[in-house]
Design a protein around this ligand. Structure first.
Ligand code: URA
Length: 244
C-alpha cells in the first residue's frame, strides 16, 4: 500500500515530483541513450517567477539539478546580489532536461521532443513572470530567433488572443476554443509562442529575456554598460516587479 488517496494519479507524490519521475523514464529523443540522469528543476514550484535556461551541463547532470555548475554559481551570485532567493522566489528549469553530449546546443528535434515536459512544468508552476535565459530559451518559449542582446531587460507581455487558425468564437464552445498566445510590446515581427501556455489570466504573463551566464563568464567586465552590469540591473528590475 502506498497510502495515496484513491484516485490520486500521482501516487501521493507532489505533482512536480511526479513530473520529475515521469521525465526520468522519457525516451522521446536520442539524448536518453547518453544521459546519466534527467535534470528537471529546482527551487520553489509555488513561486511566481520561473527561470528557464538552455540545457544541463556536466555538473548539472552529475547532481540532477539545473544551474549548479560554473554558470549556475554566477547566476546564483547575481540573483542573490539583486535580492532574489533561488529557494524561495523562483523555480529554475531548462528548455531540455537531458545533457547534450559535449555540451553542444540542443537540436530543434530535441527541443521539440522535450517541449511537453516544459509545458507540463509551466502548467504546474503557473508563473506570472518568466525569465528566458539565453537565446535558446527565447526561441523555444517565444519563437523569437536571435536578438537577445537587443531584447534583454525588456518585459514582453504574453496575452491570450484568438489566432487566425482559431475557429470564430461563435462557432466554438468555450471549451473547444484554445486561444493562441501573442507576445505584446515588442518589435520583432509577429512572434508566436511555440509553447502551450496556461491561461495567462487578467494580469497576463510577463517575460524578460536575459543574457546567459555562460556568456557573462566569457565577458567578465563589471564596468558600467557591460553585459554583467546590464544583467545585474535586469535582475533588480525583476525583483522590483516581483515585489520581494
Ligand atoms: N546552462 C543552462 O542553460 N542550464 C543549466 O542548467 C546549466 C548551464
Amino acid at each position: 500500500m502506498t497510502g495515496a488517496p484513491p484516485g490520486d494519479p500521482h501516487g501521493g507524490q507532489p505533482p512536480i515530483e511526479a513530473l520529475a519521475s515521469a521525465c526520468g523514464a522519457c525516451r522521446r529523443c536520442g539524448l536518453a541513450d547518453s544521459r546519466q540522469q534527467v535534470v528537471v528543476g529546482r527551487g520553489n514550484p509555488a513561486a511566481r517567477l520561473l527561470l528557464v535556461g538552455e540545457a544541463p551541463g556536466a555538473e548539472e547532470e552529475a547532481c540532477g539539478q539545473p544551474f549548479v555548475g560554473r554558470s549556475g554559481r554566477l547566476l546564483e551570485a547575481m540573483l542573490a546580489a539583486a535580492g532574489l532567493n533561488s529557494e524561495r522566489d523562483l523555480y529554475i528549469a531548462n528548455v531540455i532536461k537531458c545533457r547534450p553530449p559535449g555540451n553542444r546546443k540542443p537540436s530543434r528535434a530535441e527541443i521539440e521532443a522535450c517541449r511537453p515536459w516544459l509545458e507540463e512544468q509551466i502548467a504546474l508552476v503557473r508563473p506570472q513572470l518568466v525569465l528566458l535565459v539565453g537565446a535558446t530559451a527565447l526561441e523555444a518559449l517565444l519563437g523569437i530567433r536571435g536578438g537577445i542582446t537587443q531584447l534583454r531587460g525588456q518585459w514582453l507581455q504574453l496575452e491570450a488572443s484568438p489566432g487566425p487558425d482559431q475557429p470564430a468564437p461563435s462557432q466554438a464552445s468555450k471549451h473547444q476554443r484554445r486561444p493562441s498566445k501573442r507576445v505584446q510590446g515588442q518589435r520583432t515581427p509577429s512572434p508566436r509562442s511555440p509553447i502551450r501556455w496556461p491561461d495567462p489570466g487578467e494580469g497576463g504573463i510577463a517575460l524578460m529575456p536575459l543574457l546567459h551566464p555562460s556568456y557573462l563568464l566569457r565577458h567578465p567586465s563589471e564596468a558600467e554598460g557591460s553585459p554583467r552590469w546590464l544583467t545585474r540591473a535586469d535582475l533588480v528590475a525583476v525583483r522590483q516587479r516581483l515585489g520581494v
